[in-house]
Design a protein around this ligand. Sequence first.
Ligand SMILES: [Zn+2]
Length: 238
Amino acid sequence: MSYYEEAVDRIKNIDANLYIGISNKRYEEVRSRGEYEADSILIAEYYRRVGVFLQFISKQATSIYVGMDMLIGYKMDENEWDNFPVKFPNFKEIDIMLMKLFSIHYLRWCSLLDSGNLIALQFPDVYEPMIKLFERGGGQINTHHHELVGGFGAFSRSIDARRGNMKPFDISDHALKLIINEVEHAEAYLAEYKRGSRIEYTCIRCGSRLLIHSNLTDYGYQWYKIKCESEGCFDKNF
Ligand SMILES: [Zn+2]
């Protein structure tokens, strides 16, 4: 199977049911906090891969609207945007502009891979994190002012080449599942704590004790920090 054929299969199989009607819902009605944490890892890994690519082509930054194919001089066909939902009927129901845009550029990138483009062949998996995000139901992304926003929080709309200096993020199914489990575990711990229970929870990553710190903002808003005793391990605010 060619890169392009595989890409067509993957885009065709993105489940429209995951996306129908969600633009009217609040983020927390669509996905859990843990799922959004996993989504943010996929997006961070995409930014990192783009950063490595930018360094390779000696460019300082790009925008999330710009496809990798465009960065090496290719232009979109005039009717490509309109033809996309014809070829991928599931996208008649998925009304998320960025998902469409990423999918189109992913397909174009795969065509370049099949044609033996030497630059593309150095970065065959640059789109993998975003396509995986869409397949998992995390594609409700949008831009607002200078940011890419979603239930995960916000990323800058421009991608800096220095992102490529970061350590790769593990986006395997196993690693993403662990992120979701850790957040659910911490949420369960917090629920116990709020009920007055003093049961202790341990970190599912390393087995050390998890600590809860209760905090109050100047405006009287209560929030909690849940932190693993091991340095650099689980540490999130709830
Ligand atoms: Zn730990």
